[in-house]
Design a protein around this ligand. Structure first.
Ligand SMILES: NC(=O)c1ccc[n+]([C@@H]2O[C@H](COP(=O)([O-])OP(=O)(O)OC[C@H]3O[C@@H](n4cnc5c(N)ncnc54)[C@H](O)[C@@H]3O)[C@@H](O)[C@H]2O)c1
Length: 378
């Protein structure tokens, strides 16, 4: 109605003013560091404002209720690749949970004990907090090693490895069977895992075994997950993986065959979207995420440089928040994206679109008016 439209417009105007004030503070802040800090605050403020709006609407306050919610109530998600609260898997679990989904996770066997004991001891309690004030609840943590499809594939040295000794049924097939036995079906499948034992080596110096191990852990693992989980997914379900722009552009330092593994993952996303869509009515998408200081990324060794580079050169000059990826994943998993499949969605502050490093000393100021653009935005 016209009244609702008016109230909605007022709310948007005041939201806009709040953001503008923060942007102006950013413009007058002395020094680049301060500017960057203000810009990060600006993005947090945007989130806070929309959070307040959501709260007001749910409390029957002055603002109108949102007409387009991401509603995953009654859905169940299995997220493979959660072993702490620092990575994308955790952020996706939180976003799906905030939207109402029940959360199951698959944790790499060698990391299982520490993850479960940290959860029990409350180490993650602060980061379990959801925007609505609730806590992320994980209905069950399953041991998983996505490099092995069935028990027959497990070599003796892994069988006898003491880090695997306390766990059982952790191959992909057994894990899917365990989820089926416990819960029957799932609706959402997330692949948030990767491993490249020679990631720090240039491609030219990568061994055959290192290359194949990267593709096995980071790419084939997704085919295997879909192969065994799709049969227990309800039609209309959604599956998702995480990729990185090194698949399509040269990122020196992202080695060991990991760039190839991500390129294969993106190609597989399209083929699997067709096969799994036709056979099970399930959607398959991938998110190409910007740099995040996760445990896996820290192991590569130059993640801080990548984050600084993105802040300096991406269209949006702010650090990527894992929650940004979580929220995009919640959208892709939801009925709002019911016609979206076979796609790659960039969630990277726009860095993928740049063809020029605007902070390069070889770029003249006229060609790269990044600072002027910051002021215009403010
Ligand atoms: N961090 C980044 O900058 C970045 C950017 C783009 C894409 N990604 C992708 O996001 C996904 C999640 O990574 P993250 O950066 O959040 O780090 P992360 O450390 O939180 O997640 C990686 C997970 O993979 C698990 N894992 C490794 N080998 C496994 C196996 N054989 N079986 C089961 N689990 C296994 C690890 O235990 C860990 O939990 C990965 O696909 C990664 O390539 C990361």
């Amino acid at each position: 109605s016209p009244t609702v439209e008016k109230v909605g417009t007022r709310a948007m105007v005041s939201e806009f003013r709040g953001v503008r004030e923060l942007s102006m503070a950013a413009a007058i802040a002395p020094g680049i560091g301060m500017l960057r800090c203000c810009q990060v605050k600006q993005s947090k403020a945007l989130k806070a404002v929309s959070g307040v709006r959501a709260m007001a609407s749910s409390n029957g306050g002055a603002l109108p209720p949102s007409g387009l919610p991401i509603d995953l109530r009654g859905k169940r998600a299995f997220i493979a690749g959660v072993a702490d609260d620092q990575g994308f898997g955790w952020a996706i679990a939180k976003a799906l949970s905030a939207a109402g989904a029940e959360i199951l996770v698959g944790t790499w066997v060698p990391a299982l004990n520490i993850f479960e004991s940290s959860l029990r001891r409350g180490k993650f309690d602060e980061s379990r907090r959801l925007p609505n004030g609730g806590l992320l609840e994980i209905a069950k943590v399953y041991p998983l090693d996505a490099v092995f499809d069935t028990p027959d594939d497990v070599p003796e040295d892994i069988k006898n490895n003491k880090r695997y000794a306390g766990s059982e049924a952790w191959t992909v097939k057994e894990c899917a069977e365990a989820v089926k036995a416990d819960f029957g079906t799932i609706d959402i499948l997330v692949h948030s895992l990767a491993n490249g034992p020679e990631v720090t080596k240039p491609l030219l110096e990568t061994s055959r075994n290192g290359y194949l191990a990267a593709v096995s852990a980071s790419t084939y693992s997704y085919i295997s997950l879909l192969k065994y989980f799709a049969p227990i997914m309800n039609p209309g379900g959604s599956s998702l993986s995480l990729t990185y722009v090194a698949s399509e552009q040269i990122i020196p330092g992202y080695g060991g065959g990991m760039s190839s593994a991500k390129a294969a993952l993106e190609s597989d996303t399209r083929v699997l979207a067709f096969e799994v869509g036709r056979k099970y009515g399930i959607r398959v998408n991938t998110i190409s995420a910007g740099p995040l200081r996760s445990r896996a990324a820290k192991a590569i060794g130059f993640i801080d440089d990548m984050i600084n580079y993105s802040c300096a050169n991406a269209p949006l000059q702010k650090e990527l928040d894992a929650d940004d990826v979580g929220n995009a994943a919640a959208f892709l998993a939801s009925p709002l994206a019911s016609s979206v499949t076979g796609t790659l969605l960039y969630v990277d502050n726009g860095l993928h679109a740049m063809g020029l490093a605007v902070d390069s000393p070889t770029v003249c100021k006229e060609a790269a008016p990044a600072s002027e653009l910051s002021n215009v935005a403010a």
